[in-house]
Design a protein around this ligand. Structure first.
Ligand SMILES: NC(=O)C1=CN([C@@H]2O[C@H](COP(=O)(O)OP(=O)(O)OC[C@H]3O[C@@H](n4cnc5c(N)ncnc54)[C@H](O)[C@@H]3O)[C@@H](O)[C@H]2O)[C@H](O)CC1
Ligand SMILES: [K+]
Length: 505
C-alpha cells in the first residue's frame, strides 16, 4: 500500500467525494462508524470516555464518534476547542448533531480551559488535529496536549496523534505531541509512523479502511510504499526443477576476523538457508576449525593473515555475488583489503557492518562503490557514514539522496526498515519485531541478501525480498520463543519457515 503525503490524502479524499457523489459529511460519518466500531470492540460501556475535539475535520470525526458512542450506551464527555471561532463546516455540523442528543453532552471551549478531573480508567479520545496540522502546537493546545499526556489514561488518537506532522517532525515541538496508546488511522500509514522515534506517539497502530477511491489511490504517485506479503510474493522467480548447484549461484562471504567467527557462521548459514547453490567463506586462517565444523556445507577460502584480512580475494569469477563486512573489524590491514576488494569487484556486492564503519572513515570511497551496491547500515552506522541528523525523516532524506547520487541501494535498518532505491523509490518493511534487535541479526540479513544476489535476483529485488523474509523469520521465531529470547541463530532457524509461509509451501 502506498504512503501518500498529507496533501495527497486531501486530494484522494476530495476525489472520493466528487467521484462517489458522496457528501463530505457522509464520508466523515463513514469514517466515524469505523472508528466507533474499533473502539467498542475493545472497550465496554462501563468505560468512562472523554473526547477532545479540535476545530477541523479531525475534530468533526471526534464529535461524530462521541455521538455514536452515546447512542451505544457509553458515558461520554466532549470538549470542542473553538478558540479562534474558525471551525470547519463539517465540524460545525457534527457539533449540532451531538447537541441534538440533549443538554450536557458537549462543552465548547472558546477561551480558557479548566482540565477536568479524570479517573484512571478514563479513555481519552484525541481528535484535536489530524492531517491538517500545519505547524507545531503551541499555547493553549500545547498545554492541553501536555495535560493529556500527564493523565496516565489510555489515549486513542484519531488518524494521527495530535501534534505529530504526517511527514517531517525534525523541527517539531516534541513535548506537544499526544502520546497515544492506540492510533486509529484512516486508509494509509503516514510517513512519520515509519520512523522509530515516533512509536512513542503512535502507540499501537490500526489502519481503518474507509473505502477511499481505489482508482485515485492507484494513480497517486508517491515514492513511498509499505510492503506486505502479496507484494513480495510476486517478486519471486520459480526455481528451476532441473537446476544444479551452479544454476543457483555461488555466494562469497568475507566475514569474521579472529574472535568474530560467529558472524561468518551466521551470515553463511543464513545464506545457505536462502537458496543459493554454494557458499564460500573468506575468513582468517585461525577460524578454520570453527567454520569447518559449524558450517560443513561451506567452502573456506583462507586469508593467510591469521587474525585479520589483508588479502583481497584473487578473482571473482568463481562466485556470483559477494558480501563483505560481518565481524571483519576495522584494522588497517582489513581496511586496505576492503579497498582493494571493492576496487576489483565486478559482481553484485553487499556491504555491511564493519565494512561500512571502515568506509565511514574513508568517505571518498563511497564515490567508487560499484553501481547497485547494497549497503545495510543501522542508524548509528548511517550517521557515521553521512553525518546526518538523528531523526528518521532527516535520515531518510539523506539516504534517498545518497542512493540517487551514488546509485546505491540503501537499506536503513529499523523497526520499519527502509529500502531506498536509486530511482528515488522507498519501500518500508512490515515484518520484524523488537526481539530482532540482537547481536548477529544483521549478519543474517546480509547472508540472505547475498544468497539472493547469487541466484541472480536484481539487487533491488534481492534487497526487498531479503528484508521481508528476515523480518518474517524473526516474527516466526518470536511466535514460539517470545521477543525477549530470540537470538540471531533462531532467525536463521526460521528462514525456511519464512519462505514456506510466504510462498505457501
Ligand atoms: N482521510 C480522509 O479522507 C478523511 C479524513 N477526515 C479527517 O479529516 C482530518 C483532516 O482534517 P482537516 O480539517 O484538514 O485538518 P485538521 O482537523 O487536522 O486541522 C485543521 C485545522 O487546524 C488548524 N491548524 C493547523 N495547525 C495548527 C496549529 N499548530 N495550531 C492551531 N491550529 C492549527 C488549521 O488551520 C485548520 O483550521 C483527518 O485527519 C481526518 O481525521 C475525514 O473526516 C474523513 C475522511
Ligand atoms: K488526532
Amino acid at each position: 500500500m502506498i504512503i501518500p503525503t498529507a496533501k495527497q490524502i486531501k486530494e484522494i479524499d476530495a476525489f472520493t467525494i466528487s467521484d462517489e457523489g458522496i457528501s463530505s459529511i457522509d464520508l466523515m460519518e463513514r469514517a466515524a462508524y469505523s472508528l466507533t466500531d474499533a473502539i467498542t470492540s475493545q472497550w465496554s460501556t462501563s468505560t468512562p470516555i472523554v473526547v477532545f475535539a479540535g476545530p477541523g475535520n479531525n475534530g468533526g470525526d471526534a464529535l461524530a464518534v462521541a455521538r455514536m458512542l452515546i447512542c451505544g450506551g457509553y458515558a461520554v464527555k466532549t470538549y470542542l476547542f473553538n478558540i479562534a471561532s474558525r471551525i470547519s463546516a463539517d465540524c460545525k455540523e457534527e457539533a449540532e448533531r451531538l447537541k441534538s442528543l440533549g443538554e450536557g453532552h458537549l462543552t465548547e471551549i472558546t477561551s480558557t480551559f479548566e482540565p477536568p478531573e479524570l479517573s484512571a480508567d478514563t479513555l481519552i479520545i484525541d481528535g484535536l488535529f489530524g492531517t491538517g496540522l500545519s505547524r507545531p502546537l503551541e499555547g493553549g493546545f500545547a498545554t492541553l496536549v501536555r495535560f493529556i499526556n500527564s493523565t496516565g489514561c489510555t489515549v486513542v488518537s484519531i488518524d494521527v496523534p495530535s501534534g505529530l506532522m504526517c511527514e517531517d517532525n525534525s523541527s517539531n515541538n516534541l513535548e506537544s505531541i499526544v502520546r497515544a496508546s492506540l492510533t486509529l488511522t484512516f486508509q494509509f500509514r503516514k510517513l512519520a509512523f515509519m520512523f522509530d522515534e515516533n512509536e512513542m506517539y503512535v502507540g499501537k497502530l490500526k489502519v481503518l479502511d474507509i473505502q477511499l477511491s481505489s482508482s485515485k489511490i492507484n494513480s497517486t504517485s508517491t515514492p513511498y510504499e509499505y510492503i506486505e506479503a502479496d507484494y513480495i510474493r510476486e517478486l519471486f522467480k520459480p526455481r528451476v526443477n532441473s537446476g544444479n548447484k551452479g544454476t543457483f549461484g555461488t555466494a562469497m562471504i568475507v566475514a569474521g576476523q579472529y574472535g568474530m567467527a560467529g558472524a561468518a557462521l551466521l551470515a553463511g548459514s543464513a545464506c545457505l538457508r536462502s537458496g543459493c547453490g554454494k557458499v564460500m567463506v573468506h575468513t582468517p586462517l585461525l577460524n578454520n576449525n570453527i567454520i569447518q565444523i559449524g558450517l560443513p556445507e561451506a567452502i573456506i577460502h583462507h586469508d593467510y593473515n591469521e587474525k585479520r584480512f589483508c588479502n583481497p580475494i584473487s578473482s571473482d569469477t568463481r562466485f556470483d555475488a559477494i558480501c563483505i563486512g560481518p565481524g571483519i573489524g576495522t584494522h588497517t590491514d582489513t581496511s586496505r583489503a576492503l579497498y582493494d576488494q571493492i576496487r576489483r569487484t565486478r559482481c553484485p556486492l553487499v556491504l555491511d557492518a564493519d565494512a561500512l564503519n571502515i568506509i565511514a572513515r574513508n568517505k571518498e570511497w563511497l564515490d567508487f562503490l560499484p553501481a547497485k551496491t547494497i549497503i545495510t547500515p543501522h542508524p548509528l552506522e548511517f550517521q557515521r557514514l553521512t553525518d546526518c541528523k538523528n531523526d528518521g525523516y532527516s535520515r531518510l532524506k539523506v539516504a534517498q539522496e545518497l542512493s540517487e547520487s551514488h546509485e546505491l541501494i540503501v537499506i536503513l535498518k529499523g523497526h520499519h526498515t527502509a529500502i531506498c532505491l536509486p530511482d528515488g523509490r522507498v519501500y518500508f518493511n512490515s515484518t520484524g519485531n523488537s526481539g530482532m534487535a540482537t547481536a548477529g541479526s544483521g549478519d543474517v540479513l546480509s547472508g540472505i541478501i547475498v544468497s539472493l544476489l547469487a541466484q541472480h535476483y536484481q539487487p533491488s529485488v534481492a534487497a526487498l525480498i531479503a528484508v521481508f523474509l528476515h523480518g518474517k523469520a524473526g516474527d516466526l521465531a518470536s511466535s514460539t520463543l517470545g521477543e525477549y529470547s530470540i537470538t540471531a541463530s533462531d532467525i536463521v532457524n526460521n528462514i525456511s519457515n519464512s519462505f514456506r509461509d510466504l510462498l505457501n509451501m
